[in-house]
Design a protein around this ligand. Sequence first.
Ligand code: NAD
Length: 485
Amino acid sequence: MAKHAAGLRASKPLSIHVDELMRRLSTRTATIGVIGLGYVGLPLAVEFATKFPKVLGFDISDERVLVLNAGRSPIRDVPEERVGELVAAGRFECTSEFTRLAECDAVVICVPTPLGIGNLPDLTCIFDAAEQVAGALRHGQLVVLESTTYPGTTEEVLVPILERSNLHADRDFLVAFSPERIDPGRDLPLHLIPKIIGGCSERSADAARLLYGAVFDETPVVSSARAAETVKLLENTFRLVNIGFINEFARLCRQLNIDSGEVIAAASTKPFGFMPFQPGPGVGGHCIPLDPHYLAWESKRQGFTSRFIELAEDINSQMPSYVVDLISGALNESRKSLRDAHVLVIGVAYKRNIDDTRRSPAVAVIDRLRMRGAVVSYHDPYVAELDGRHNDWPEWRPRVIVPYERRAGEPSDEASSHRRRRVDTLTSVPLDPGHLARADCVVILTDHDVIDYQAILDNATLIVDTRQAISAEKAAASSARVYAL
Ligand SMILES: NC(=O)c1ccc[n+]([C@@H]2O[C@H](COP(=O)([O-])OP(=O)(O)OC[C@H]3O[C@@H](n4cnc5c(N)ncnc54)[C@H](O)[C@@H]3O)[C@@H](O)[C@H]2O)c1
């Protein structure tokens, strides 16, 4: 990719402060601020702190600030020792005092971009962060937005808020967008993931390139912030659509009595033109279920309907119910009903090897199982507690109407009390022979590498594997009955 693609806005006359910013970035003497110290902001802040003398982390959560300043890490992928060393060396400091943004030469915004009512983009956190930056903005700063958002946000939302400071973008301060492409749980160092940059001007792109070039091996520049925003949406919509397709394909294969796992593995041997996706109980996390709605919303605003997004969303959102039907059917073949059945769920994080349960399809499956009277427990080595009240999944939000009132004469058993209390906390149980043998059905919803699948095969009687965690050969060699998605 060319260093500067065509189309960048010509820069305004150079301010002396911007010159100084460039000097500090290129000599790596700049102070860097990171707003939002979550899954995206914290790893990035830690990387910057190894290259720049001072990184200030900003978060509205006092608890998070305290934990980090004590040298501890709230995120599994960020080693505690690394945070501890950087804090002790004075290279990384966290604060909720946003006036200290003025100390920073470059400020990177990594705050959440959730969905609001009706799946509309909710930019509240970006508004708040932008106002904090505007309040402390000074000449010669670079502001970069990293939060995933719809095309146009940087130029149409962020810049106008920053310019309330009476400073002008591209003359007094610089602005860019750079999407975060981190993949939690994947053992891939951050610096190896090319960092896309889109500046609001050529000079903004140059400054952002100096900033990220300190940490990332490759920093491809696209023609505008709007293009960079759209890159991220394309990547995540691509995943949503392909996961939707492969989920539908897996359902078709079940209908045809064909092992979809075998077919996908065989197709993957093709050295070109095929990229494997795996079926599962649905999509989760803060990205894949949300980001395409940002694109769909913007496209609707332009009078364009993106049918792929709607279709994939529709198929993926049916998967938790499909899995529950699969469990019910499997129990039925053992002459058992789902009602009052003990179901042990393996894995509740939204994907393997992480501890994040936001919008996890496991939460939706558990909810539906309990609605149908099953007694559910779970094991997840990374999630000690599953607290519905703090989960982002719509089903676990408190409701005004309780759907299952206890009917007169109905026994006050454990299952019915679970049905009434849908929003509560579950605790991970050990994965021991006792729990496995007691379960009427063991359901694999997240395929963490550290789980002992052989122990599941050896001790369970009925297994529903939604992640192809158990090979057909191992299933055939076991006395357990195994149903694959
Ligand atoms: N998690 C991922 O894998 C991932 C990957 C790529 C992109 N993204 C995008 O990055 C952005 C951040 O996601 P995340 O997963 O890091 O979120 P997160 O919830 O893990 O962390 C966000 C942090 O921001 C803080 N915060 C919220 N509002 C704030 C404000 N106004 N000022 C200061 N701090 C504030 C929160 O307290 C929290 O600590 C989102 O737009 C997301 O879509 C996430």
